[in-house]
Design a protein. Sequence first.
Length: 331
Amino acid sequence: MLSAINYSLLATIFLVLTLIFPSEGQLSSTFYSSTCSNVSSIVRSAVQQALQSDSRIGASLSRLHFHDCFVNGCDASILLDQGGNITQSEKNAAPNVNSIRGFDVVDNIKSSLESSCPGVVSCADILALAAESSVSLSGGPSWNVLLGRRDGLTANQAGANSSIPSPFESLANVTSKFSAVGLDTTDLVALSGAHTFGRAQCQFFSQRLFNFSGTGSPDPTLNSTYLATLQQNCPQSGSGSTLNNLDPSTPDTFDNNYFTNLLINQGLLQTDQELFSSNGSSTISIVNNFANNQSAFFEAFVQSMINMGNISPLTGSQGEIRTDCKKLNGS
Ligand code: HEM
Ligand SMILES: *[C@@H]1O[C@H](CO)[C@@H](O)[C@H](O)[C@H]1NC(C)=O
Ligand SMILES: *[C@@H]1O[C@H](CO)[C@@H](O)[C@H](O)[C@H]1NC(C)=O
Ligand SMILES: *[C@@H]1O[C@H](CO)[C@@H](O)[C@H](O)[C@H]1NC(C)=O
Ligand SMILES: *[C@@H]1O[C@H](CO)[C@@H](O)[C@H](O)[C@H]1NC(C)=O
Ligand SMILES: *[C@@H]1O[C@H](CO)[C@@H](O)[C@H](O)[C@H]1NC(C)=O
Ligand SMILES: *[C@@H]1O[C@H](CO)[C@@H](O)[C@H](O)[C@H]1NC(C)=O
Ligand SMILES: *[C@@H]1O[C@H](CO)[C@@H](O)[C@H](O)[C@H]1NC(C)=O
Ligand SMILES: *[C@@H]1O[C@H](CO)[C@@H](O)[C@H](O)[C@H]1NC(C)=O
């Protein structure tokens, strides 16, 4: 009896202590509650304002968080400009150069936060919060973002070249790149659902349109009606940088139409359609589930965004809180 009471007392003390002093390495949704309690609404209103003049920016900001987390963990390494100690920026890596966008919005958010709570909120957490705001403001789910990441002191261009999946890769290779950062097949399918908004340049899928893998014909898993539209928008002699909606049905809305598109062979990138059209793949039933049940997709997407946001964060006294997201402090 006495020992039972002592146990519950100890458990309560332990719980209170872990709430006050979260253990190192552990992110928490209340990390800034006493130091910058308004952080989420400051980020959200900045994203909302950016969306007024750029309907694509929510997609671009979501992708920034993904490309940050896959290289050296979610440490804002992608935001560092080349110069000084940063000899090879991630911005100039193959998957990012002339493609990734949203840096100016991140800088605006950082300025607002430096006015409200100077030196407190990391650039890595800004990317995680901006991704959530972008999804929820576009019709997708909202969630409590785990916070407490710190900003890295290096960039890893070679890592960005090799770790971020390319749209020309096989499903097996993409799966292994997700697995390398601790994400499984459900995470791969759920997170690919982010291609329900935003744009892609012709150069990232035009290999499918005319002479796919040297066959002399288009990719057989591309819907013929959709193919005709894409061939018109991306002619063989045309510019590789022409933009197309990733989701032709609802281009700026975060919904499960990415998955219903895959069912009718209207995935834009080869790596999108492969999730459904690779015979015998375990991804097929997951695509079917998300296409038939938007709530199932939203629930899985939230969990997978949390999983992705947990990739190797710097915490405690590691790294720093940058004053300017583009530069290391003191540079
Ligand atoms: C599964 C492997 C993936 C591949 C191969 C891939 C590839 C690509 C490519 C080639 C583009 C077009 C870039 C351009 O035209 O400049 C793109 C756009 C985009 N990707 Fe992915 N992606 C993948 C996964 C993800 C994930 C996990 C997310 C987020 C959770 C994501 C979010 C986005 C968004 C929102 C856009 C549109 C960005 C914009 O309009 O600025 N992608 N992706
Ligand atoms: C929090 O931020 C929002 C949006 O920027 C603003 O409307 C609100 O007044 C702020 N609240 C506090 C307590 O600072
Ligand atoms: C990354 O890829 C780009 C473009 O292909 C290349 O120019 C650059 O040298 C590569 N960087 C590293 C560090 O391998
Ligand atoms: C898959 O990865 C292997 C090993 O890195 C590489 O040799 C191969 O070219 C890749 N295949 C595709 C289709 O991307
Ligand atoms: C398709 O590509 C292959 C390999 O590059 C080439 O040999 C063939 O001539 C091309 N076919 C057409 C119709 O362009
Ligand atoms: C191609 O897309 C149309 C809608 O545009 C759809 O009705 C048709 O079933 C699709 N075909 C295939 C093979 O998925
Ligand atoms: C998948 O199987 C179908 C039916 O057996 C076949 O027609 C198709 O070529 C296969 N697709 C791929 C990508 O191997
Ligand atoms: C859809 O998914 C949700 C969330 O996983 C689940 O609770 C619900 O039962 C599913 N609905 C149907 C019709 O299967
Ligand atoms: C740049 O690198 C040098 C040598 O490692 C180091 O002493 C210095 O602190 C670094 N500068 C910044 C701004 O991190």
